[in-house]
Every structure is written in structure tokens, then in C-alpha cells.
Design a protein around this ligand. Structure first.
Ligand code: PMT
Length: 401
């Protein structure tokens, strides 16, 4: 990842999340970006301009009427200088002023005077974020081409829980990196499936598995960071959509995942099946909750689900296919068998158990393709996902060898 010599104008408006933007400046500079910070007057009540000045190595601008600063670099010159404008945090007030085309301070004036793409990272109380006025402003800005980054859901500084948290600095940085394109998957569409499937038994029970979706979500994010247009088909998981994902489709059952993936695959160059798809489903779903009859056992008749990867590889035209194999033993031989049997271009094998695989934060993979193999030793799922994507891109570009 690099932002070498990229010119980023960071706008900071008034909100408690402004403290996170200090970290953001550091992270942008770690990638050699040039960063100039413009604050609204209200933002200075949360963080001092001196802090941003020290972190960015540049003087910080607040007012349109600062004669000294204007003489050094006029506001129109600053508007032209920027290759990207990122406003983080973007408060409800700032969004409203932008939506109405106001230019009543330096930051809003710069947004009107610049041709640079505008990225907005909203941060506010969840009730404010849900307010129809805020949503209408967001919609207006989106229709004008502004890119929305977040907000995320979770615990807020005010104690509320809900949507309205500013994305983390590393997520904002990754979105900026991706916005410049040029990654190893630039111009390609990547479809990723993630998480478990649930096969309903009755209105309250289902057959599921322990997949958390973390591996698949990390892969989707890594592909987006490499410039791909990513569609993520997610089983029932409690994970936020990673930054930069073009489309997320939520499904529950294997049949729904099968239909969603086959539909989206017509537009995809690469499909990565990281989902733990249920192999079987109850032949019938009871319409009422099944009752316990003391002493009597319960048998369920199961039918096999269609195999998503095999259905895709059976098509004359299909994406580059990457499967996963999760095994408790004989991992290599089962994985290589699946590679051949399902007609895949590559398979990522993981041994499950021992703190790896399902649910865990870490994993370890062995990749197999044609007559090649590569071990990716134990690492966090985001790190492994980046290594996997590098290999997928290399194999795809070298013509499905
Ligand atoms: O979600 P996490 O908690 O992060 O855990 C990650 C993981 C362990 C789930 C992931 O790394 C993984 O291994 N995913 C595949 C798990 C699996 O179900 O493997 P399998 O051996 O049963 O299936 C092999 C391949 O066929 C998989 O790519 C699967 O998506 C695919 N498949 C399976 C059944 C089916 N009906 N259709 C399919 O396409």
C-alpha cells in the first residue's frame, strides 16, 4: 500500500470523533501522502489546530479570512492542489451545509471550488444519523457523486449504541488507497462468499455451522484494496460490511446462497468461495415448532444441497474459481481431491481446530493449483487474505495456469 506524493486535503468538522483524525493523519503520512488539514471553527473546540499541524507537518487552516495563510497558498490554489478531499468526521451540520451548497466557511468553500472527488466519513449520534433530514442530505450528496465511508454501528461516545460511529483511521486510509486504483485486481470484478448457512428445521431451529465470516470478509476487503469491484454474498453473520465493497447480498440458506452466487457470477471475473455452505438441508421445514415427545427420538430426513462451486464450473463460461477446504484431518489429500472434483483453478486448504479456522482470529492456509502449492503460515485473517489475494491475482493474470 502506498500513497506516495498523493495530495490529500483532510477536512475536520466539529465532533468528538475528531480525535481519531489525528491518528488518520499519522497513518496517511506513514504511506508518504502529503496531507493538509482544514478545520471548521467548531472542530477546534475538540482538537487544537496545533495537534494537526505537528502531525501533518503543514500549517492548518481554519478561516477564510487568514491573510497570512492566503498569501502563502490561496484557498483556490488549495482547492486545486487536492487530489482527494476527505472530511472526517463529517458532522450533521457540515453535511447539511454541503448538501445546500453553502460556502460559509473555508472548508465548504473548498468543497465547492475543488474538482477533487469528495469522501465523507459521517460521525454523529445514532438518532441524529437516522433523522430524515440527515438521510435526505446524504442522499443529495451521494447523487452528486460524493463517496460515503461509513458510518459504522456500535457503541458511541455519548453512550448510545447504533449506527453513527466514524470508521476507524485504518479503514479510511484503505478507502483512500483503493480510490487511487491501480492494485493487482484493478478493473476486475470479484465475487466472494462468506460465513455459514442456516438450514431451517422449524420456525425456531436450524442446522448451522461455526463459520463467523471473518475469513471471507477479510478476503473481500483485501480484494477491494487491490482495486477490484467486490460483491460479497454473506450468510448470517454479525460483521459490518468492509470499506470499499460495491455490493453486499445477505442470505440465510445454502439454496439462497446458491441462487445469489450463480446470479452475481455472470458479472464476475473471479469467485472465491470462503463460505461454509451446509451440505444438507431438512427435506421439509415444519411450519410449527416441533414438540418434544418424552422418550421418543427424532429423526430428520436430509436432502443434499446443490454444490455452488461445482454448478459454476459446469458452465461453459465461468469465473476463475477459488474454493476452500476446511478439514480436521488429511487436509492436503481432501483439498487436492476437491480441486479436481469441483473443477477449480485454486483451492485454499485450512486445518480446523487448535485455534485456527472457524471463528478464530488466525488461520493458516495451503494453496493448491494445477501442479503448484504454497504454504501461507499462521497469521491473522486480514494478513492471510492479502497474501491469498496476491496469489489469486498472479494466477489469474498468468492465464489460469
Ligand atoms: O468464517 P470463519 O469463522 O472466518 O472461518 C473460515 C472458514 C474455516 C469457514 C474458511 O476458511 C473455510 O474453510 N471455508 C470453507 C469451509 C467449507 O465448508 O469447506 P468444505 O470443504 O465443506 O467446502 C469446500 C468448498 O466448496 C468451499 O469453498 C465451499 O464454499 C464450497 N461449497 C460447499 C458446499 C456447497 N454446497 N457448495 C459449495 O460451493
Amino acid at each position: 500500500m502506498s500513497l506516495a506524493q498523493r495530495r490529500i486535503l483532510l477536512g475536520v468538522s466539529g465532533g468528538i470523533a475528531a480525535y481519531k483524525s489525528c491518528e488518520l493523519v499519522r497513518r496517511l503520512r506513514d504511506l508518504d501522502a502529503q496531507v493538509r488539514v482544514v478545520m471548521t471553527e467548531r472542530a477546534t473546540h475538540f482538537v487544537s489546530p496545533t495537534t494537526f499541524q505537528a502531525l501533518s507537518g503543514q500549517s492548518v487552516r481554519v478561516s477564510l479570512w487568514d491573510e497570512q495563510a492566503e498569501a502563502a497558498m490561496g484557498h483556490i490554489e488549495l482547492a486545486r492542489w487536492a487530489e482527494r478531499i476527505l472530511i472526517a468526521p463529517a458532522s450533521a451540520d457540515l453535511l447539511a451545509r454541503l448538501a445546500h451548497g453553502l460556502a460559509d466557511d473555508l472548508l465548504t468553500t473548498l468543497c465547492l471550488a475543488s474538482a477533487a472527488p469528495l469522501y465523507l466519513a459521517p460521525a454523529m449520534n445514532q438518532q441524529m444519523w437516522a433523522h430524515p433530514a440527515v438521510q435526505a442530505n446524504i442522499e443529495t450528496l451521494r447523487q452528486r457523486g460524493a463517496h460515503l465511508l461509513g458510518p459504522a454501528a456500535g457503541e458511541q461516545a455519548c453512550g448510545d449504541i447504533g449506527s453513527g460511529r466514524m470508521l476507524e483511521p485504518h479503514e479510511l486510509r484503505e478507502a483512500l488507497v483503493a480510490s487511487f486504483g491501480g492494485g493487482s485486481l484493478a478493473g476486475l470484478s470479484v465475487l466472494v462468499s462468506a460465513g455459514p448457512t442456516y438450514e431451517d428445521i422449524d420456525p425456531v431451529r436450524f442446522i448451522g455451522n461455526r463459520s463467523s465470516g471473518r475469513m471471507g470478509f477479510a478476503i473481500a476487503q483485501a480484494a477491494a484494496q487491490e482495486g477490484a469491484r467486490v460483491t460479497l454474498v454473506a450468510g448470517p453473520v454479525s460483521l459490518a460490511t468492509p470499506v470499499g465493497i460495491a455490493q453486499r447480498i445477505d442470505v440465510r440458506s445454502a439454496a439462497q446462497m446458491h441462487a445469489a452466487v450463480l446470479d452475481a457470477a455472470t458479472q464476475a471475473d473471479i469467485y472465491i468461495g470462503a463460505a461454509a455452505v451446509g451440505d444438507y438441508r431438512p427435506q421439509e421445514i415444519a411450519t410449527h415448532k416441533l414438540k418434544k415427545h418424552d422418550g421418543a427420538g427424532l429423526s430428520l430426513q436430509l436432502s443434499e444441497n446443490p454444490d455452488i462451486l461445482a454448478s459454476l464450473s459446469a458452465k461453459t463460461v465461468h469465473p476463475f474459481l477459488v474454493g476452500f477446504a476446511a478439514e480436521t484431518h488429511d487436509v492436503a489429500s481432501y483439498a487436492q481431491d476437491k480441486l479436481r472434483r469441483k473443477g477449480l483453478d485454486m483451492i485454499a486448504a485450512n486445518q480446523v481446530g487448535g485455534g485456527l479456522g472457524f471463528e478464530a482470529a488466525d488461520n493458516a492456509l495451503t494453496l493448491y493449483w494445477g501442479d503448484g502449492a504454497l504454504e501461507l503460515p499462521r497469521a491473522s485473517k486480514p494478513e492471510l487474505a492479502q497474501q491469498l489475494i496476491a496469489q489469486v491475482a498472479a494466477r489469474y493474470r498468468s492465464g489460469r495456469s
